[in-house]
Ligand binder design. Structure first.
Ligand SMILES: [Zn+2]
Length: 115
């Protein structure tokens, strides 16, 4: 039997930790600015993106988790949120006082109170 080596490398962007099969994609990702997260974990925020089906008690909550994404590998999410493809972007998980979590971009949130 012949042993054929088949090693697949995975390249990771050191900014957002996204993984790529091609080195140049990871390099391209790392060159995109990330800026700073606007909100902090624990901040109380209001979700400005109201819809009539959302009960009133579900319009504010606390930032539970902050995630950094790249428009290169999360391009569908970026497009959905209408975000620029020229920088990394943050997604904030908001926990409601009565339970439940939803994810939002910074433009959908308004700060009520700092942690
Ligand atoms: Zn990245």
């Amino acid at each position: 039997m012949k042993i054929i080596k088949n090693i697949n490398y995975v390249y990771q962007c050191e900014v957002c930790k996204a993984e790529y099969e091609r080195e140049k994609d990871a390099e391209r990702c790392e060159k995109l600015p990330a800026g700073k997260a606007i909100f902090k974990k624990g901040d109380k925020v209001e979700i400005s993106q109201h819809d009539e089906y959302r009960p009133k008690e579900l319009t504010n909550g606390k930032i539970l988790k902050i995630r950094l994404y790249s428009p290169i590998n999360a391009y569908q999410l970026a497009a959905l949120l209408g975000l620029s493809c020229k920088s990394h972007f943050y997604i904030y998980d908001v926990k409601y006082p009565f339970g439940g979590i939803s994810s939002h971009s910074a433009s959908q949130l308004k700060l009520i109170k700092n942690k």
